[in-house]
Design a protein around this ligand. Structure first.
Ligand code: SAH
Length: 274
């Protein structure tokens, strides 16, 4: 429940889900209906506009759309607007805490030159349906056992960190979800990822390439690690990799809730594979 106080500015950092307006939570809708300002990357601001266009509302919203690469500037702008007493909503796709704006807002709050008044603002993070959960639901239940989630963009961390995390996750037999798998500016990262997975997982391991889930462009491809090709992923794709027990049943794929070491990688001795 979003509480409003006309005398105080408020900042909500809201997740818009994977694309379909029907997957936006009622709490996020309510925050948008109370907003004076909506701040975000162009396509997400457009999604918020589409949601409000469905509503009977007389509110006069100021829309602040910007490019994807200016997260910190956007966070500072949102905090400054809230400090003026405005009701501000920062919009992210999926969940705002998953490789998105919530951390950027807290980074801006922590910065040495941040006005101390910002710490007194009412700040609320409103969760949304993150891409891997929307994708997993379409495929069946590939994340039904322990899993981890890794951002393949090496803009904010070195590739060596990504490679080590993938290797350890594969050794521990986690299912995995990969965000930002392949952009035009760094097509080689996903090639290296497939090489790494092939070094640590069996060739029949199941993968889901889920593109633009819950939008009109949605496309789902399920294949084995052997069949996987770099071109199957782009920046609108989240890639799910099953664990060694992930299997097909009919047109679904799922990971059992129990861990069956027969046929699965043995991760029970000393916590690592030999
Ligand atoms: N905060 C977002 C993730 C932002 S990172 C969330 O929680 O979903 C952007 C990456 O998310 C994309 O490169 C892609 O890997 C994934 N993604 C976002 N929306 C998606 C969708 N509708 N279908 C598939 N992947 C999506």
């Amino acid at each position: 429940m979003v509480t409003l106080d006309a005398t105080m500015g408020r900042l909500c950092i809201a997740g818009l889900g994977p694309g379909d307006l029907a997957q936006i939570t009622p709490a996020v809708r309510e925050a948008l209906l109370a907003a004076d300002d909506v701040v975000g990357y162009f396509p997400y601001v457009a999604r918020a506009q589409a949601l409000l266009a469905q509503e009977i509302t007389t509110q006069a919203v100021q829309w602040h759309a910007s490019d994807n690469r200016v997260e910190l500037d956007r966070a500072r702008q949102a905090l400054a607007l809230a400090a003026q007493g405005r009701q501000v909503v920062v919009v992210s796709s999926g969940d705002p805490g998953v490789f998105a704006m919530a951390s950027a807002v807290f980074e801006a709050l922590e910065a040495a030159d941040a006005p101390s008044a910002w710490l007194a603002l009412g700040i609320e993070v409103l969760p949304g349906v993150t891409a891997m959960l929307a994708a997993a639901a379409r495929a069946g239940a590939p994340l039904g056992h322990d899993f981890c989630c890794i951002n393949l963009s090496d803009n904010l961390k070195p590739w060596a960190v990504i490679a080590r995390r993938v290797q350890l996750a594969a050794e521990a037999d986690f299912a995995m979800a990969f965000y930002n798998p392949r952009s035009r500016s760094r097509p080689e990262g996903f090639v290296r990822l497939l090489e790494l997975l092939r070094a640590h997982c069996e060739s029949e391991r199941l993968l889901v390439f889920a593109r633009a889930v819950s939008t009109p462009d949605e496309a789902l491809q399920v294949c084995t690690l052997e069949q996987a090709r770099p071109e199957m992923a782009d920046m609108r794709t989240v890639v799910l990799v099953g664990n060694s027990s992930t299997r097909r049943v009919g047109r679904w794929i799922y990971t059992p809730r129990y861990y069956d070491p027969v046929g699965a990688a043995d991760v029970t001795s000393n916590g690592s594979t030999p």
